[in-house]
Design a binder for this molecule. Sequence first.
Ligand code: BJW
Length: 258
Amino acid sequence: MREKPAGDIPASLAEALRAAKHVAVLTGAGVSAESGLPTFRDPMTGLWAKYRPEDLATPEAFERDPRLVWEWYEWRRGLVAGARPNPGHLALAEMERRVPRLSLLTQNVDGLHQRAGSRNVVELHGNITRSKCFDREHPAESWPETGDVPPRCPRCGSPLRPDVVWFGEALPASALAAAWDAAERCDLFFSIGTSGMVQPAASLSRQALSRGATVAIINPDVSNFISRSQVLIQGPSGRVLPALLEKAWPESGTIHVE
Ligand code: BJW
């Protein structure tokens, strides 16, 4: 295990990236922090520092107070709509264009990877911009303006909710299977901007490691990751990822990701 500050990218990691046949990347809220979106567990600015997850991010919370939950997600949808992909998102999209296969496994619900140009994105925790009904999971793109908060499903009348994965809910089966498959088959696995606190996503890096992949962590706070990876790079993803691309493909000159 080696710990490197941003800008000091190990040559061995750049070589591993250049040689990789299949790269898997797990991302978390930290990747979108430089786009101005709050993470969950930052002790000062994280969402869970101000709000209790059991009041807002469980099916029971929605049953208790659907208006509160809907309005909280409406506020967050506004933040997402006003955010733009940052150099970390853009570097990952560029990485996908440079390696034979890249699986981008994201816990983020903000859609910023897709907006940055990433194509093979697996959304483990859903997407905040989509809605579905609570009772039957009918997807809903529009609904009649009846004044109901939350609005009602146009097909069955049940209340609408954001299409995200709350605590105690199963992840979408196809997304979880794709993520597990990528972790088992990749030769290089990155864990970027995630605290690794939430299962089952947190187990993916260990699975990749057990199958022989090189595992690299990129995070400004690496204190939780000692012994969980082979390479630790301490720094914000918006700085580390463009530097990593430049080190892996120096012949390309400066890679413009902004
Ligand atoms: C930077 C940076 C910069 C800052 N650059 N980095 C086994 C053991 C124990 C518990 C469980 C278990 N299995 C399941 C559970 C329960 C639970 C769980 O894991 N609980 C733990 C908290 C204890 N898991 C679940 O309930 C999951 N469901 C499940 O397992 O179902 C089983 C089942 C099967 C069959 C039927 C029924 C059930 C579901 C988990 C859903 C998580 N949902 C949320 C909310 C999504 C919707 C929303 O957005 O509101 O997902 S919670 C929240 O946490 C969100 C995130 O995706 C997720 C992970 O957070 P993330 O991304 O890691 O963010 P942070 O804030 O924690 O970390 C940010 C990091 O970025 C930090 O490290 C910073 O240092 C770093 N950073 N700036 C790079 N510039």
